[in-house]
Design a protein around this ligand. Sequence first.
Ligand code: NDP
Ligand code: AKG
Length: 476
Amino acid sequence: MTTRIFNSIDVDQSGNPTVERRNPADSSDLVSVTVSSTAEETRDAIGKAAEAQVAWAATEPVVRGRILMDAAELLRQRQAAYARDLTREEGKTLPEAMGEVQRAIDVLRYYGSEAWRLGGTVFTSGFANTLPYTKREPLGVVGVITPWNFPIAIPSWKIAPALVTGNAVVAKPAELTPLSMKNLADALAEAGLPEGVLNVVYGGGRTVGSAIVSDERVRAVSFTGSTAVGQQIKRELDARGARVQLELGGKNALVVLDDANVEQAAAIAAAGGLGLTGQACTASSRVICTPGIYEEFVAALVRKTNEFVPGNGLDAGVRMGPVVSETQLATDLKALQSVRDAGGEFAAGGNEADGLFLAPSVVTGLPDDHEVNVEEVFGPLVSVLMAKDLDEAIEKANSTKYGLAASICTTSISNAQQFIDKIQAGVIKVNRATTGLDLNVPFGGVKESSTNTFREQGPVAIDFYTWSKSVYLGWD
Ligand SMILES: NC(=O)C1=CN([C@@H]2O[C@H](COP(=O)(O)OP(=O)(O)OC[C@H]3O[C@@H](n4cnc5c(N)ncnc54)[C@H](OP(=O)(O)O)[C@@H]3O)[C@@H](O)[C@H]2O)C=CC1
Ligand SMILES: O=C(O)CCC(=O)C(=O)O
């Protein structure tokens, strides 16, 4: 079925370019046709947001929260249909998509209930008859720019905290995955979100995205995507004194020590590296093994990898969907070629793709500083390195410009604790895959994976979307 997606702003569409999105697993399946907005239309949407924000900020927080809760209920009723839309537009498997829509539901419920906890701190005062306390205010209009890899969960965890705190939002989904953003926006509108409070603007990053970033009325932007674009956005927002929250790339290491359970470690590496077709910023794209477990681990990982046969994510039993696009596939194939050029070995995979279906690869023998070991690929490719002991493993894990997620497989609490203390990453796991996050736990990276300022998810997301007033209430 074709869905024609229109801008939520009331503009004359005639003459605007359209973007067709086809299912990456089946190019005969036309998923959506989106009308792209111009920069001028994006500025109109920002204007509408600025007008609507005043009344929205004056609305009782619990009323705002109820709208998020009601939207969550609508998503729950439509979960199967929206998961199907997500699989068709992004490619991930139906169980992965069901999980992602569930995450969006939970995020809306979580921030809906945060409405009851929005408050400040009361202090004692050195002045007589005075009560100091803090009070939060919304920033105004905020921008949300999201990628294709979690097309409903990421918009939810950026938009929900912005709305509950009284901001109006201008949101731009990736051109590849507009339908999931529309589904989310529809649920919010049907749940009673006043017009103009959430404005979804479809179109390219260079037109719509840039128009959001450069507009003085937009007081903050939350962005997830590539490091190059994120850094460019940060420079622009820093220059005009607006807030920015970035969630960028990763080269996330999974350290596997001799004392690990080898089968469990291989399952964790495969889930973290190949699940979601490796297209997660938290994917375990590097495994760093100590020598005593190396051979056995690689053999176990190859067995697990062979279970990830790529297929149409709508089909039952498929473990791994296609690569999202031709552009991403070209990046993946270039990485595979660079492995061959460097004399790396494919313990699994290494093959050409069939359409956008790319068999997963396990690579060994690459130099630590090879591009595949230091740059994000964002595909189904895990590189296994060796380190002589825990200290060297941590050193190698810390050696890239990224610092998003890291994990260790070990049965020793002491080893785990040393890893936790020394690893440079925003998310650290022990005996768990680097992918998969709780929605109530702060998320963000260090070094070039983030802004090293505001985290997202959980209660700290509220900080990003608000500013604090210190009030001294006196009486005589
Ligand atoms: N951290 C993460 O989770 C993600 C990381 N990536 C990494 O980025 C690589 C490239 O993927 P890609 O989709 O091109 O990532 P981008 O960073 O280009 O895209 C992310 C979002 O930013 C928008 N955008 C692009 N350029 C600008 C700009 N100048 N100003 C404002 N917004 C802009 C995009 O719009 P549009 O695409 O519609 O033009 C999209 O909505 C991947 O291979 C992967 O390594 C990608 C996705 C998610
Ligand atoms: O691992 C996860 O669940 C979240 C990953 C993520 O946020 C991303 O890839 O952008």
